[in-house]
Design a protein around this ligand. Structure first.
Ligand SMILES: [Mg+2]
Length: 243
């Protein structure tokens, strides 16, 4: 697939884990390259602010990891969306995985060594990267709480993890919501992601006249290649126009 170029009318929607940074053994062990926040800040300025992080992590988590970069962002697969002016569009705080579920999940995963339970404001993620042989157990536990037709929650398969998330929200919702307002409106969206949950974001970007790029297909599965492409975009946008 031809890799598109970042142009002055581009809007970027970037997943975090597996896209901007290499996936770590556990979410807390992720390593952010020291020049990444500066790179994102430059792109944000060159694109009039139209750079958004669209992650499954909570908003504050990517904020902290990418500081001092700040900008538009969506956390928990569209459950929380923050516009560039700081306006927050978040599903109601009552729409969150019940405390009893969290307790039950903590007890059950506590029996499975290597399985990590990540609690988020609206959802929870069960990570089995350190215990791949526990995949079936983890899915059984998750399915015991969330059936396919559950009215409020859904299971989101991820790389070596399964997440219980709010049903009404997706990364596609985040893209559509942000694209409806400045500085994104009228731009051509490019969504980059590496995982199942990114498909909705890619589909939304395509519906809005842009592109959805899979890291595995377009960037050889390498976040370093995504970062190089972003750096290339910075150079392209700052190059003086030849008369
Ligand atoms: Mg990812």
């Amino acid at each position: 697939m031809q890799i598109p170029e970042i142009g002055p009318k581009t809007a970027l929607f970037l997943d975090f884990d597996g896209t901007l940074v290499e996936i770590a053994e556990t979410p807390t062990r992720v390593v952010v390259p020291p020049d990444l926040p500066v790179l994102l800040s430059k792109l944000r300025d060159l694109l009039g602010g139209a750079v958004a992080i669209v992650s499954g992590r909570p908003l504050l988590d990517t904020d902290r990891l990418l500081a001092p970069f700040s900008g538009a962002s969506s956390g928990e697969h569209g459950a929380a969306i923050r516009h560039i002016d700081g306006t927050l569009d978040e599903v109601r705080s009552e729409v969150a995985v019940p405390e009893e579920w969290k307790k039950a999940l903590a007890e059950e995963t506590g029996q499975l060594s290597g399985v990590i339970l990540e609690l988020k404001p609206h959802g929870v993620t069960l990570h089995y990267r350190l215990a791949p042989d526990r995949q079936d157990d983890v899915w059984r536990i998750a399915r015991s709480l969330v059936s396919d037709d559950h009215p409020w929650f859904r299971l989101i398969p991820a790389r070596m993890a399964v997440e219980i998330g709010v049903k009404a929200t997706t990364k596609g919702r985040a893209v559509e919501n942000l694209m409806a307002a400045p500085p994104f409106a009228g731009r051509v969206p490019i969504f980059i992601g590496d995982d199942f949950a990114d498909e909705a974001g890619m589909a939304a970007a395509r519906r809005l006249g842009g592109q959805g790029l899979r890291v595995g297909e377009v960037f050889g599965g390498e976040p370093a290649a995504v970062r190089a492409w972003l750096q290339d975009g910075v150079e392209r946008l700052t190059r003086p126009v030849m008369a």
